[in-house]
Design a protein around this ligand. Structure first.
Ligand code: PYC
Length: 309
């Protein structure tokens, strides 16, 4: 029987479950090195923590680690129902809210080491968290893919800490009532994008007009494991910002308000450093639980459904 303490939060409706008391040896080195050891030796813990019956497809897990970089307050490995993420925007905001809840940080600037680079976060007195994300960029513009039963779909391939295919005006309203149809469309788009030259793309992001005229756009993001992001997706918004910057549609420092399909909003902007776009994403997380996961090896579903020991 193993007990693992976790703190749950949500950021704009998207949940994060942070493992706060990890004590098993993952060796030394960077967070990326330790991710590989975790995946190799403890992947069952990933699925046990985030998938049913303890979790759900929408949950993102975060393993909090000692950072290798002494300037960082924490290292983190993000994971989901099917594997691992490079960065996670809503999850980083959840991690900062968790560290604050635990009394380990106060307001101010805190660097966090992720497998794809160090990000700088700022926790404000009012609980808002900004992340200066990893450099983000567009790899390919106006890529045309032939989607089964749909026809030609045009989108951009961009990196914002994860890989995205971004589609404007997908021909369906970005609305909660359409989640099933949007999910099915994104799955088909992803299959075509992967087959037609971009196997690295695992997130699909659709954009339409915002419901609230104070915002710039509304999005729907399909995550690798088949769940949609309830938040505007921090890495997806970073990818969007990189495309807008490259198209000359958003000036440095200008605010972009990205609304999600659930109506939650991230504020985003960017700076250019050494000719690279550094997106800043701002949102807020709320802690929802502080608990211990009980992993009982006698339980046939201890490590998740279909993960029998
Ligand atoms: O906020 O970056 C994000 C994210 C990625 C997957 C789910 N959320």
């Amino acid at each position: 029987m193993k007990l693992i303490r976790v703190v749950d939060s949500h950021t704009g409706g998207e949940p994060t479950r942070v493992i706060v008391d990890w004590d098993r040896d993952l060796g030394g080195g960077s967070v990326a090195d330790r991710l590989r050891v975790f995946e190799d030796k403890y992947d069952a813990i990933r699925s046990g923590i985030v998938t049913e019956p303890r979790g759900s497809d929408v949950l993102v897990g975060a393993l909090m680690l000692e950072p290798e970089d002494p300037e960082c307050v924490a290292g983190v490995v993000f994971f989901n129902n099917v594997g691992y993420l490079g960065m996670c925007g809503h999850g980083t905001i959840g991690l900062i809210a968790t560290l604050s809840y635990l009394g380990r940080i106060g307001s101010g600037t805190h660097r966090v080491e992720t497998p794809v680079g160090v990000v700088e976060t700022t926790l404000r007195e009012d609980g808002q968290v900004s992340i200066d994300n990893v450099p983000s960029y567009r790899k390919a513009a106006s890529v045309v893919v032939d989607v089964d039963g749909v026809g030609e779909v045009v989108g951009d391939v961009a990196w914002g800490g994860n890989w995205f295919f971004l589609v404007n005006d997908p021909g369906r309203e970005i609305a909660l009532e359409n989640v099933d149809a949007l999910t099915s469309l994104c799955r088909k788009i992803r299959k075509s994008v992967n087959e037609q030259g971009y196997p690295e793309v695992d997130h699909i992001e659709l954009f339409g007009p915002p419901k609230d005229p104070a915002n710039n756009s509304r999005n729907f993001v399909l995550c690798p494991g088949g769940a949609y992001d309830r938040s505007p997706c921090g890495t997806g918004t970073s990818a969007k910002i990189a495309c807008l910057a490259e198209d000359g549609k958003l000036a440095e420092g200008e605010i972009w308000r990205q609304e999600s399909v659930t109506g939650s909003v991230f504020h985003a902007s960017y700076r250019v450093v050494d000719r690279e776009v550094i997106p800043r994403i701002t949102g807020r997380a709320f802690v929802t639980a502080d608990s211990s996961m009980v992993l009982d090896e006698a339980d046939p579903f201890c490590w998740g459904i279909g993960k029998g020991t």
